[in-house]
Design a protein around this ligand. Structure first.
Ligand SMILES: *Cc1c(COP(=O)(O)O)cnc(C)c1O
Length: 451
């Protein structure tokens, strides 16, 4: 009998050489993004002032299904890729389920999450474009830490506007960014017009992602050779993240199985897209009928309770208009610990796929998410990021359903990150101090109508 395999590893030579661009193979393409100034469909040139040119082209590429990964980026991916595919025998046993549960472990990256998969190519394309400085925003700090390491790797200076309340509550993410050489500024700050205005009107304002984005964009627009970078939502970010699913596809093949269900947590959609799209292409071609489930927080339910409409990607309205499932760009989510999932909208590709019923979404309460995360930690050893706990909770639901039905399902989920820098959240859960947040239809309606 063959020995049971816990981890399925690939050699470095198997790091994919191309990313997969699902848009090229979608029957219904997403509606175009709109330039709010001209009201015309967005052109790559519209994005050049903000992003490196190759990133702007990737953003709007609807024709090439495969896009080369630059050798310099592949070389840096070797620091942590390929990541392991792991069979969750411990969790299966605890649930007493006939389902086979696999997870792709993106927590092994040096920054502790999948975000480095896009930070590295974004820094690289900026470098070859002649950019010397990058700016970005960060909420809980995962994107800022990933971009800090990527910027240092490719010799760029980085300024990160970090939401003030997180700057004060998550000192270790700030320390990580500073260790990798980034300059971290609590937002709102006095260094931009947007920041000064808010601080003058509300001197004690604790900051929000919307304000931090405004500050980062303003600095990029005013500074020569300075560009802006975003860690989720946009198409080029999802494209870079497909490296997750492309590796997982090879690894599932080595395991001798094909997933019936694929699950990931959902903030702006990058890790969900990353693990899903390479498998989705076999659904689009009619060979397979895998279910894809996005797990979002019940307190920020854009996929399950939002509207499909054109909306801005940020609170201030600096970004193009994006066709998306949204709660409205003024939506202020409750202060849950899964900071990376507190975003009002979904990327345009995922939104179209949901509209076309190619994918599904579920919402998870904060307490259920932590209960799932604790069970996972106790059975598989890894303490998951609060965001990833949502994927685990959705996985557990499906595994228990399989048990009820007596069917052997193969489930693959993405472990988007570890929670070792989020232990204060676990402390609060274990002390019984966390709560669920409910959202009324009236709240959602009001937020959708806010200008
Ligand atoms: C940022 C983040 C997320 C959410 O972002 P997506 O773009 O939806 O993937 C999920 N998990 C972790 C660990 C994160 O850092």
């Amino acid at each position: 009998m063959m020995e049971k395999r816990k981890k399925i590893m690939l050699p470095e030579t198997e790091i994919p050489t191309k990313w997969y661009n699902v848009v090229a193979e979608m029957k219904h393409k997403p509606q175009p993004m709109i330039n709010p100034g001209t009201k015309e469909p967005l052109k790559p040139e519209d994005l050049y002032p903000l992003f490196a040119e190759e990133l702007a082209r990737q953003e709007l590429n609807e024709t090439d299904a495969w896009i080369d990964i630059p050798e310099e980026v592949r070389d840096k991916y070797k620091i942590y890729r390929p990541t392991p595919l792991v069979r969750a025998y411990g969790l299966e046993k605890a649930l007493d389920t006939p389902a086979h549960i696999y997870f792709k472990n993106e927590s092994v990256s040096p920054v502790g999450s999948h975000k480095l998969n896009s930070a590295l190519p974004q820094a690289y394309y900026n470098k070859i474009d002649g950019t010397t400085n990058l700016t970005t925003e960060t909420g809980a700090g995962q994107w800022g830490t990933a971009l800090s390491f990527a910027a240092k790797t490719f010799g760029l200076e980085l300024a990160v506007y970090m939401v003030k309340i997180s700057y004060e509550q998550k000192p270790y993410r700030r320390s990580l960014m500073q260790t990798w050489g980034a300059q971290v500024i609590a937002s709102p700050s006095m260094s931009t017009k947007a920041g000064r205005k808010i601080l003058t009107d509300h001197p004690t304002y604790q900051g929000s992602l919307g304000t931090a984005i405004s500050e980062a964009i303003e600095l990029a627009m005013q500074t020569p050779k300075c560009k802006y970078a975003l860690g989720s939502v946009l198409n080029h970010v999802s494209l870079h993240q497909t490296i997750i699913g492309l590796e997982a596809e090879k690894q599932m093949e080595l395991a001798g199985e094909y997933p019936d269900i694929i699950i990931a947590c959902f903030g702006g959609g990058s890790n969900f897209s990353g693990i899903s799209f390479p498998f989705l292409r076999h659904n689009l071609s009619g060979e397979k009928s895998t279910r894809f489930i996005a797990a979002e927080p019940a307190s920020c339910p854009k996929l399950t309770r939002g509207h499909f409409q054109y909306d801005f990607g940020d609170e201030t309205g600096y970004t193009p208009l994006i066709p998306m499932y949204t709660l409205g760009h003024k939506f202020a989510p409750a202060n849950i610990h899964a900071g990376g999932l507190r975003y009002h909208g979904a990327g345009s590709i995922v939104s179209q796929l949901l509209k076309d019923k190619q994918i599904e979404a579920v919402d998870i309460d904060q307490l259920d998410s932590f209960e799932a995360g604790i069970l996972f930690a106790r059975t598989e050893g890894i303490v998951p990021a609060p965001e990833s706990n949502h994927a685990i909770a959705a996985t557990i639901r499906e595994a228990l359903k399989a048990k009820e039905e007596g069917t052997k399902k193969t489930i693959l989920f993405n472990l988007s990150g570890h929670g070792l820098i989020d232990m204060s959240a676990y402390d609060q859960y274990l002390a019984g101090d966390l709560i669920n947040y409910s959202l009324s239809d009236e709240d959602i309606k009001k937020s959708l109508e806010a200008e």
